[in-house]
Write a protein that binds this ligand. Structure first.
Ligand code: BGC
Length: 789
């Protein structure tokens, strides 16, 4: 067996470095996306740290996750219950770029700099050769990181080196409102975060100690401050430059460049206090301007007191801890190794960690989808966090709990007497989808949230969360199903759900979408099972909870009956599951007559044209079958795959990973590998041609699922985990760690052998194919030989 790489990074290790030289096949906008950095609260695109025509970004962006502005959605033909407001993720001010000059001559780069991101350290590096018109040459090194240890802070570090010149330098540094983003387009996925006209400048200040721009937002009423402080290692003189615009604050520093380098750090601090828990959708609790300014100053000075090196170390320590727990090592495929690390890094850099913010479909890397959160979080992303950073999984679920009040009022608005209806897309918790057939109609978001609670609880046994938040989330979301359907006399009194849209957005507003019905069945069964468990765990507390939620035995009995009598479409002749009541009667799509440049279909055909045909944007029944786990016969799963795969366009990046998982489960390992390849490289190779407006976090997490739940066959059962490992023949080895059932275990697959190792925890029960095993503190290691054909 080949030795697997060490977990700890070596700086020069190419499997940790994503450099511009490897990305010559990509446009500048995509590179900016891939080079983005973040910490779950703050994120910034990987744009240059030097201001010039040559280094001009394609799309500038620094974002604050969970903060947003609210805009009225304009409809020419509105109707009752249409979403009224859009949320746009807060695009904060740009503080990254500097400009250097000497005696009124501005230094310009010869070409764009050499750039790379160190994935292990979550840091951005850029080196530029700069020259002036009169032939002075200097070299600029930039290091950037968004602090893992300080959620509101980014640090840019600059080092200027003399090449053929010494003397006085003027360094211009600014806080600048960025108004760039995407062009007008019919592409619904492109977002537009231009919002400078929505921000009203209240105050600006520039002193040698620190500087800031303070803005007010009118909806939601709140404040935003962008503050910076510079720390030079050399003596310098500070000059404030006045500007005509209230949205730009420019400072200048004069330093002497000698044989020694000029070195300085710029600390950037962003605060935009908005909270979810406020029930009033318009207003957040007012924050005192002076208090915010004081907080910004104190946090800046505190970071400055620590200094650059100390901050870097604190940041790196947390990154080390992250990789220690989460790294996935792939032997024998450098591109997959790099891609999976890139994907995991973006997930952790994008996910909110305080229950106040979630994870956007595009992470914190671009304006796509206006920074909205979708069901992607629960079905595709939370699984990754459950097994690597369970606290983050919990916090993403807490975000939903914290927006429960809004989901309840939306349910009332939509005519449901009780329960909660979560929004299809949102930041603040209110519905922001202006196209209800592929938005609000996707009621399966409710089941997704309950499913994620179920998976988290199974893996973590976190009773505290279940008592405090999880149970209420499951119950309030479950309450909606009875009012979405009926026991249908024309269908043997089966429970039928009408006029909803499933995950496949190329079919809308149908009756009995297989996915929705099967997820509702799982949801209701789980709700009943959970209440029974709670009652056994603490009957008095359980009764108090049910009383608080006003949940009666009658209501529970109805849920039970619905779950038992839920109609799941089945076509006996071919033994397949129709996607909905009408799907099989529709005209097949003319795939042969559709040229490649007509994909994605959503950009080339009116929705009605697409809806009339048997054509899928993304996995629907196939996803249901995967989530139904062992409740569905494997022959039915195979038949469904054979039927749906040829008519699925995979125009959504959520589709390929689901197919990889389904093929792994049904034993077609080559197809599983091919679909994994399409998933893991979605952004690294810009496979959907739209990574310039942000990464695809669901596909990123999907690629992790393909490895652990696909190739290794991980399934969580009551009190044990089961595995059916199958190392892809294209790889030499695979290693990863999982946190579950109070333990941490490591799996190492090589050709011919698998090793299960208990790293922490008392004991761990597992099933390897059909055989049961127990890892204990005394016997933590299990080697099993694998027959390879
Ligand atoms: C998909 C949705 C997904 C959204 C955000 C759409 O293209 O069809 O299922 O939630 O993208 O990723």
């Amino acid at each position: 067996m080949k030795t697997l790489n060490n977990y700890l990074a070596i700086d020069e290790d190419k499997q940790w470095i994503l450099s511009q030289d490897q990305l010559t096949h990509l446009s500048e906008g995509v590179i900016e996306t891939l080079f983005s950095l973040g910490n779950g609260t703050l994120g910034t695109r990987g744009t240059s740290g030097y201001e010039s025509d040559i280094t001009q970004p394609e799309c500038e962006g620094t974002y604050i996750n969970g903060s947003y502005i609210r805009e009225t959605i304009e409809y020419d033909e509105s109707a009752y219950g249409f979403a009224q407001f859009n949320n746009k993720m807060m695009q904060a001010f740009n503080t990254k770029a500097i400009e250097i000059s000497s005696e009124n001559e501005v230094f310009k780069p010869h070409s764009i700099g050499k750039r790379h991101v160190n994935l292990h350290q979550a840091s951005y590096h850029e080196v530029l050769q700069l020259h002036s018109d009169s032939g002075k040459e200097i070299k600029l090194h930039i290091t950037r990181f968004v602090c893992q240890h300080q959620q509101n802070m980014m640090i840019n570090h600059y080092q200027i080196e003399a090449v053929n010149f010494s003397g006085k330098l003027q360094i211009t540094s600014s806080i600048r409102g960025s108004d760039s983003t995407s062009q007008n387009s019919n592409d619904p996925r492109i977002g537009n975060l231009s919002m400078i006209d929505k921000l009203h400048c209240l105050e600006s200040l520039s002193t040698p100690e620190y500087a800031f721009l303070l803005h007010q937002l009118s909806d939601p009423k709140s404040l935003m401050i962008a503050a910076t402080s510079h720390q030079f290692e050399q003596k310098n003189k500070h000059i404030k430059i006045s500007s005509n615009s209230k949205n730009v604050l420019t400072e200048q520093f004069e330093v002497e460049l000698t044989d020694n380098k000029v070195t300085f750090s710029k600390y950037s601090l962003y605060l935009c206090p908005q909270t979810l828990t406020s029930n009033n959708q318009q207003q957040n609790a007012p924050v005192d301007e002076q208090a915010l300014i004081t907080q910004a100053r104190e946090e800046l000075l505190c970071a400055k007191n620590l200094g650059y090196q100390e901050n870097l170390q604190l940041h790196q320590q947390l990154m080390n801890d992250f990789w220690q727990d989460s790294d996935v090592i792939i032997e024998g495929h450098d591109q997959h190794q790099l891609a999976i690390r890139l994907n995991m890094l973006h997930l952790t850099m994008s996910a909110g960690k305080d229950g106040q913010r979630n994870i956007a479909a595009k992470g914190l890397t671009g304006p796509g989808y206006d920074g909205h959160y979708f069901w992607d979080s629960e079905i595709y992303i939370i699984p990754y966090f459950i097994y690597t950073q369970p606290d983050v999984a919990k916090s993403l679920l807490s975000y939903r709990f914290n927006s429960l009040a809004k989901a309840k009022s939306r349910a009332t608005e939509m005519g449901h007497e009780q329960g909660a209806l979560f929004p299809w897309r949102t930041i603040s918790g209110e519905e922001c989808s202006s196209f209800f057939p592929a938005g609000t109609a996707q009621y399966h978001i409710n089941a997704a949230i309950a499913y994620a609670v179920r998976q988290y609880f199974k893996a973590s046994d976190d009773w505290q969360f279940i008592w405090d938040e999880g149970a209420e989330l499951v119950i309030e979301t479950a309450r909606l199903w009875p009012s979405l359907g009926h026991f249908n006399k024309n269908n043997s009194n089966r429970f039928c759900i009408d006029t909803v849209t499933g995950p496949d957005e190329y079919t809308a507003l149908v009756n009995n979408n297989y996915y929705t019905n099967s997820m509702a069945k799982i949801h209701l069964s789980f709700a009943i099972e959970l209440i029974n468990k709670l009652s056994v765990n603490n009957e008095i507390r359980c009764n108090l909870l049910l009383t608080k939620l006003n949940l009666s035995i009658e209501e529970l009995n109805i849920w039970k009956e619905i779950a038992e009598r839920m109609y799941l479409p089945h076509q006996a002749e071919q033994n397949i599951s129709p996607q909905d009541d009408s799907f099989l009667d529709k005209k097949p799509w003319d795939f042969i007559g559709t040229p490649k440049d007509k994909y994605p279909l959503l950009l080339n055909f009116h929705p009605l044209v697409i809806y009339r045909h048997q054509v899928l944007k993304q996995a629907d029944v196939i996803l249901a079958n995967f989530l139904q786990d062992d409740e569905v016969d494997i022959r039915l799963k195979r038949n469904n795959l054979a039927f749906y795969e040829p008519i699925t366009t995979h125009d959504s990046t959520l589709s390929a990973c689901t197919h990889s998982l389904a093929y792994s489960e049904t034993g077609n390992h080559q197809a599983a590998f091919d679909y994994f390849d399409d998933t893991v490289l979605t952004d690294l190779n810009n496979l959907h041609n739209n990574s310039h407006y942000g990464v695809h976090t669901a596909a990123m997490s999907g690629s992790w699922m393909c490895i652990t739940q696909g190739f290794a066959g991980l399934r969580i059962r009551d009190n044990y985990a089961s595995f059916q490992p199958n190392l892809p023949k294209q790889w030499q080895g695979l290693r990863f760690k999982l946190k579950l059932l109070g333990c941490q275990v490591e799996l190492t697959l090589s050709r011919g052998q698998i090793t299960y190792q208990l790293l922490s925890g008392k004991q761990f029960s597992l099933k390897h194919y059909q055989q049961d095993y127990l890892l204990t503190e005394l016997e933590p290691t299990l080697h099993i030989a694998i027959d390879e054909d």
